[in-house]
Write a protein that binds this ligand. Structure first.
Ligand SMILES: CC(C)(COP(=O)(O)OP(=O)(O)OC[C@H]1O[C@@H](n2cnc3c(N)ncnc32)[C@H](O)[C@@H]1OP(=O)(O)O)[C@@H](O)C(=O)NCCC(=O)NCCS
Length: 148
């Protein structure tokens, strides 16, 4: 059933203690305390990464991020990259992920992006195709050793 009383807005520092990290964990391991996440939020803001949250009853139940990349090609056009879309398990299949992605796409459009791209796990592709995304190119990955 679609959800009422849902707000989509930019991530706020207070959200770090209010369901945001817990919600992201439904996408992948997070392993950060809210205190550890705070400088990362500041770093992401400085780098122009926009993080959106879906809030219900004062708690974060979904999130998605957008990076608007300025190109040299396409006469300096911008490309929107949608990243880290996650909805808390208790609230999945109620239209929240859809609202978050639509919000990110609208923001990309407002920023002048000529396309929006993303990577996803194969089984989730139908979620994005409903929203107009089509498969193109092939994603590749190289894992690097890092000290965190
Ligand atoms: C994928 C995810 C973001 C979807 O969010 P959601 O709020 O549950 O999705 P919605 O309710 O907006 O889904 C709308 C429609 O998309 C499709 N859909 C939703 N989740 C899907 C999934 N996991 N696989 C395939 N199709 C899916 C369905 O057609 C659904 O309609 P239905 O519920 O009437 O069948 C959410 O399930 C999630 O966070 N999963 C775990 C993390 C993840 O995989 N994130 C995506 C990384 S690329």
């Amino acid at each position: 059933m679609p959800m009422r009383d849902l707000t989509i807005r930019d991530l706020d520092v207070a959200d770090l203690e209010n369901g945001f990290l817990e919600t992201l964990a439904f996408l992948s391991e997070v392993n950060l305390t809210p205190q550890e996440a705070r400088p990362l939020l500041e770093d992401r803001c400085r780098a122009g990464v926009q993080t959106f949250v879906a809030v219900r009853g004062g708690r974060v139940v979904g999130t998605a991020s957008l990076v608007a990349e300025r190109k040299f090609i396409h006469a300096g056009g911008r490309v929107g990259h949608v990243e880290d879309v996650a909805v808390h398990r208790d609230f999945q299949r109620r239209g929240i992920g859809t609202k978050l992605v639509v919000h990110a796409v609208k923001r990309a459009q407002a920023l002048g992006c000529y396309k929006v791209i993303l990577d996803c796990f194969g089984p989730v592709a139908p979620f994005y195709s409903r929203l107009g995304f089509r498969e193109f190119n092939r994603g590749l990955r190289l894992d690097l050793p890092v000290d965190l």
